[in-house]
Design a protein around this ligand. Structure first.
Ligand code: ZN
Length: 202
């Protein structure tokens, strides 16, 4: 399986990183070795001093497809959760300044924790609230209604370039409020006020 991530999909987050709001979706990938499941702890890597949390709605692809039209995109997923797109912000900034790819800042081991998947009604996909708490304090609040590109638009766009396969995951972008994590932090991610992921930074 592969993990596809959308960047800059909420205008308030693009602004907080001084990035322009994109005219079409920006995507990048993480390998399967980035996946963290079952509330396993995340171990802070030694190559970065600024690992940021980015809570995101995560969509699981349920059927293989290429050149999927937006109209039919809903036939390609049934389950969603929230996940964290951990980002080595210091390395990412260096890569951006040099015009280099961001892979080492985004694709490292354990950089994609995901919660328990739940089946949703497709009618709710564009109105899903989610949030992240760290040590009991709310740090990020989002709603899929604020996405620049909807889940269906993302599936249509990405599948023009990359065949989607059953089990692939799409991280759909983070709202504003990203920040650094430290050892001992306890992260809880909620979708529709339901706890989906609960893990610790070690
Ligand atoms: Zn992200």
């Amino acid at each position: 399986m592969k993990i596809i991530c959308i960047g800059r999909n909420y205008s308030e987050h693009a602004k907080e990183l001084n990035n322009p709001v994109p005219a079409e979706p920006v995507f990048f990938m993480k390998p399967d070795t980035a996946l963290l499941k079952d509330n396993e702890p995340f171990y802070l890597p030694d190559f970065s001093n600024d690992i940021h949390h980015e809570i995101e709605l995560v969509v699981k692809i349920s059927k293989a497809g290429k050149h999927i039209s937006q109209e039919f995109a809903k036939n390609y997923y049934e389950q969603v959760t929230v996940g964290i797109d951990f980002t080595a912000r210091d390395l990412q900034q260096q890569c951006k300044e040099k015009g280099l790819p961001w892979e080492k800042a985004k694709a490292f081991d354990g950089s994609a924790p995901v919660g328990t998947f739940i089946t949703i009604n497709h009618s709710e996909i564009n109105t899903l609230p989610f949030h992240l708490e760290i040590n009991g304090e709310t740090k990020q609040v989002g709603n899929t209604t604020d996405m620049l590109f909807s889940v269906d638009a993302i599936i249509a766009y990405v599948s023009k370039f990359v065949t989607l396969k059953t089990g692939d995951l799409i991280f759909t972008g983070t709202p504003a409020g990203v920040g650094a994590v430290k050892i001992g932090d306890k992260l809880k991610g909620y979708l529709n006020n339901q706890l989906m992921i609960d893990f610790e930074i070690k």
